[in-house]
Design a protein around this ligand. Structure first.
Ligand code: NI
Length: 134
């Protein structure tokens, strides 16, 4: 599976963006509020490597606990897949568990994403290559 991006949990997207710019990253999106998941998102790119900065928009956001425990940190790799349903079926049969059921991600062109977890590697995100027709 092709890696789409590395997800970083950060407390403040604006300050994290400035620090990543000094490492050669450039923003490829505006900071986007995902109301469903209560997170702010920003994508950046450096010579083909894409990162996603994620900060909580409310204390109930999925990354809030992680940030409280370990501070700013990379925490997921996202893989691009042709069929989310087929790949999920394969991985769930292979020891993965669902952390977050498939959901259209507004910050990713409405493509569906899901989060899985495996005891040997931790959190993994899948993003479907194409957005589903409405
Ligand atoms: Ni991600």
């Amino acid at each position: 599976m092709k890696i789409d991006h590395v997800g970083y949990a950060v407390k403040d997207i604006a300050t994290a963006k400035k620090a990543f710019e000094k490492l050669g990253f450039k923003a490829t999106s505006e900071t986007h509020l995902d109301e469903g998941r209560q997170i702010n998102l920003l994508f950046m790119e450096n010579e083909g490597y894409v990162i996603e900065l994620i900060s909580p928009a409310s204390p109930s956001a999925p990354v809030a606990n992680l940030l409280a425990k370990v501070g700013n940190t990379p925490y997921h790799l996202c893989y691009e897949v042709e069929s989310l349903d087929d790949e999920m079926k394969r991985l769930l049969a292979d020891g993965y568990m669902t952390l977050q059921a498939p959901l259209a991600a507004p910050a990713m062109g409405g493509r569906r994403v899901t989060f899985l977890v495996h005891r040997d590697i931790g959190i993994l995100e899948l993003v479907e290559k194409e957005a589903q027709a409405k």
